[in-house]
Every structure is written in C-alpha cells, then in structure tokens.
Design a binder for this molecule. Structure first.
Ligand code: TXA
Ligand code: MG
Length: 326
C-alpha cells in the first residue's frame, strides 16, 4: 500500500525521513511529479529502477536545493555556471562532469557525467533541504508511460510499488525540464522542456546546438540514454498533424481549431482555447491520459505552433506517436 498525504509541514518531514531511510517518495516539482530517493544509496536507487521498470542504462537526475549544493555533486563548467545563475531554481537540468564520490554510480548509470537540477517548487525545495543529500528523481511514472502531473496520476501508475506520495495539486509547468549537456565547450540541448529555447539563447547570446533530434532517431544513443523514440505512450495510437478526424477517434486540439469531422469524434479536448502554449503544456499529459481512457480507436492531434513551449510539446507528442517497442 502506498500512502498519499498532503504536502504540509508534517508531510514534508515524513518524506525527508523516508528518503534518509532509503525509501521511495513521489513528490511535486513545478514540471512533473518526481519519484525521489537518496542518490547516494545504491540499494534505494536499485529499488527505484525496479519500481519504475526503468532500464538501468538510463541515468537519473540528481536534485539539489541550490547552486552551492550542485557544486558538491558536479563540476560546474563556465557555461553551466552561467545558465544555473540565470535559471535556477527552475525547469532546467544541466549535465556536467560528475564528482564521483557524491552520488552512487548506479544513479548515474555508470556515466562520468551527472544531470543536475534545482527545482523551484516550494515542496520540492523543502524536502531537499530537510533530506540534506542529493536526491535522484525521475518522473514518477512506470517507464514508457506518460509523466504524472497530479498525485492521482502517480497513484494510478505506482500504487503498491512506492512508500509515499506527497500531494500538492497539479504541476504548473506540466512538461519535464529542458536538459542541456554542458560537458563540452558550448551547451547542447538534449531534451526540449519547460524552459523554452528562446530564453536560453537570450541568456547565452548565441544559438543553441541541438542533439535531441539525433538522440530520438537513435534509440540507444548513449549521449541521452533515456530519450527513447517511443515514450510517453498512451495505449491507443496517436496521429499527428491531423487535418481531419476519422470516425471513432478522440481529438486533441488547440486554440479552438476544429478539424473536419470533429462532430463525429468520440471526444474533443482543447489544450488551450485561448491559444496559450504555457497553458497547453500544463494540460498536455493530463489530457493524453484522459483521452486514452475514453475508448476511442486513436487520438488525432491538430498541428501546433513550434515556438516557446511548443518545442517541448511537439517532442512529447512525437514520442507518443512513435512506433511501440513494448
Ligand atoms: O522535470 C524533470 O526533469 C523531471 C522532474 C521530476 O525533475 N525529471 C525527469 O527525469 O524528467 P527523467 O528520469 O524522467 O528524465 C531524465 C532524462 C533521461 O532522459 C536521462 O537519460 C537523462 O535525463 N539523463 C540523466 N543523466 C544524464 C547524463 N549524465 N547524460 C545525459 N542524459 C542524462
Ligand atoms: Mg521520465
């Protein structure tokens, strides 16, 4: 049995106690709910991989409360330091050379680098401060499933497999953090996410190189082992850039668009009737879960804008639509 408790002071203290004892705790961040454990404890990390059904070649993000704590876990390169000062706390993960004694090798899947993130959510911040050690936290879903943006999503995937879920309501950003590889001379984007490319490029004063597309094309590309082409997969087929709706399909739309045949759709959900990509990102995973459950033959998705958070939304939808390996 997995307990679900409110993320008040008592809940935060209980979460920190369980983490220090090697337990598995789902907690809110501003992006998605994370499944947290002590990143220095190989037994805890092994049980986390098992609970998610996650392949052990896929490294975890280490979460820390601030820049100073990050500097004890990884070597902040000049580019990483600049970006951290601009955007932490927030939806940005930086891959840097690991300080190998600070986390267990299993959390890094044996890599010499480590992914670091300082989340902005006050509950995540409070738990990190109380736990007093780096916390590994992948998204709190079964491997390959859509990431959770509510405590109920976590419960549906992981009940009976983890100790505790801290419930702080829905996540405000709704897609995972943007990941930048900062081990080289200039940063490279590994995963588009909750911090838009435009903001990063403005801070850097130069365009950002991109390896996300490459990583998605090569399933097992070691540079970002978790970027499997098929991911975030609903159980029914997802069809992108739909101009018309096939009988029995559910529709995921945006800004009031109604593709031909919408009247015969099983159900129509609009990610943001006002055409706001921030609102669309926050709704994306919950709407995919909802549409997956209505008994439709598939989900038709209208074309969406690609700027701002549209890049992360497009990335997640492409993975949801990719051929399944299972
Ligand atoms: O918003 C987020 O980032 C959420 C919240 C909970 O913080 N976490 C999250 O974790 O999305 P996860 O495990 O679902 O995705 C982490 C990604 C994976 O694709 C993994 O392969 C990649 O980060 N990653 C981790 N360490 C890496 C490393 N050293 N080099 C390259 N990629 C790495
Ligand atoms: Mg994930």
């Amino acid at each position: 049995m997995t307990r679900v408790i409110p993320a008040d002071a008592a809940g935060i203290a209980e979460a920190a106690r369980l983490l220090r004892a090697g337990g598995l705790v789902a907690l809110p961040t501003e992006t998605v709910y994370g499944l947290a454990c002590d990143a220095t404890d190989p037994r805890a990390v092994a049980s986390l991989y098992a609970a998610k059904g996650r392949p052990r070649f896929n490294p975890l993000i280490a979460h820390v409360p601030d820049l100073a704590a990050a500097g004890q876990v990884g070597l902040l390169t000049p580019a990483a330091d600049t970006l951290a000062r601009h955007f932490w706390p927030g939806p940005l993960t930086l891959v840097v050379p690991a300080l190998e004694e600070a986390t267990c090798a299993l959390a890094r899947a044996g890599l010499a680098s480590i992914a670091l993130r300082v989340p902005a959510h006050p509950v995540a911040q409070a738990v990190l401060a109380a736990a007093g050690r780096p916390i590994a936290a992948p998204s709190a879903n079964r491997s390959g499933h859509v990431s959770p943006t509510t405590a109920a999503h976590v419960y549906a995937d992981l009940d009976g497999r983890i100790d505790l879920i801290l419930d702080a309501g829905p996540c405000s950003v709704g897609v995972e953090s943007t990941i930048l590889d900062c081990t080289g001379e200039s940063p490279v984007m590994l995963r588009p996410g909750g911090l838009p490319r435009e903001a990063i490029e403005a801070a850097l004063g130069s365009p950002l190189a991109d390896r996300a597309a490459e990583a998605a094309a090569h399933d097992d590309a070691p540079l970002a082992p978790g970027m499997l082409a098929s991911h975030y997969a609903p159980s029914v087929p997802v069809r992108l850039d739909a101009q018309e709706v096939l009988p029995g399909e559910a529709v995921l739309t945006f800004a009031g668009a109604r593709p031909a045949g919408s009247e015969r759709a099983a159900v129509v959900r609009d990610l943001s009737p006002a055409g706001d990509l921030v609102e669309a990102a926050a709704n994306l995973f919950a709407f995919l879960r909802d549409l997956d459950r209505v008994g439709a033959r598939g989900i038709a998705v209208v074309p969406l804008p690609g700027h701002g958070l549209g890049e992360a939304i497009a990335d997640r939808l492409r993975r949801a639509a990719a051929p399944r390996h299972s």
